[in-house]
Design a protein around this ligand. Sequence first.
Ligand SMILES: [Fe+2]
Length: 297
Amino acid sequence: MSIKTEINRDDYLDNNNIFSKVWKNLEDVNNYPKRLNKIIIKDFDEFDSKARSQDLKFAEETVSSLLNGDCYILKNALKKDYLNFIKEKTYQYFQNSESTFHKMYEGVPNYYRFIDASIADNYAFHQVKQVYYFFPFNPNELNLFENANKVWRVTKIISGYNEKIWENNTPKDGIIDRIQIVRYFPRDAKLKLHTDPYLYQRFFISCIMSKKGEDYNDGGLYLLDEKDNKVDAEIHSDVGDVVFAVPTIYHGVDPCDLDKAPSAKEKDGRWLLSLYSIMSNYIEDRHTSKPQKISIK
Ligand SMILES: [Fe+2]
C-alpha cells in the first residue's frame, strides 16, 4: 500500500480555530523566514491560556512574529522532575537496546538508534546523536505522550489546527506524531546547519532536558541572524522550557563539552525531547530536511 498525496496545509486547518484564518491572511507562501529575527521569552501557562482564549489580536501578533522569524521560548512547560525521570529511563533504554532502524509502517516499534559518524551522512543532513523514537500507538511506561501533548496541543492550536490533530493516527493514516528523546553526547554529537521542511508542521519543537552551564558547556541549538551570526538559544533556556520557531530559519546544533571524551555509556551531554508529526513511509515522495552551506561568522 502506498498513499499518493499532495500535502496541503489548508486541508488540516480547523475553521473553528481563529488561528486558521490568521495564517491564511498573513502567510506568504513565497516568503518564509530564513533568519532569526529575535528570541521571545514567555511563560508557558500564560501563552497556553491566551492561545485558547482565541483572542484575534494575540493570534495576529503571534503569527506575524513567527512569520517574521522570531523564536519562542516558553518557560516551565514541563516539570523538571518528570524530565529527569524520563532522562534516566531513556538512558537505561540506550544501555539495554541494540541500535536499529525501522521504517514507519503499521506495527513500527519504539526503537533506539545510535547515529554515529559512520552513518551520519545517510540522513538528509549530517547528524550525530543517540536517539530513542517513540510512537503514540505503542505501549509506553513513561506517559510520554500524555505529558508531551500538553506542549504539542498549544503548538497545534497556534498553527490553526485542531489541538488533537494526528494524535491517534497510525502509519496507514499518512501523518503520525513521533517523539524523539535525543542525547547529544560530548564532543562529537551535533546537527549541521540545516532547514527543516515546512509542510504541515509549522515549527520545530524542542523541550529542554539539560541546562547549559550546569549539565554541559559549549554548543547547543543556534539560529542564524540576518548577518549570519550564530545566536545561542540555550543561554535563555532551562530544563522544562519549550523552544519553537518556523523551521525554514537556518539552525543547527553545535557540539557540547568539546574537552570531554564521548561515551555511549554515559549520561552526560545535552538532552532534549523533540516533537515532530512526520510522514509515514506509506507516503510517496516524503519531504525531508535540507543541509545548508553558509559561511558562519
Ligand atoms: Fe532542525
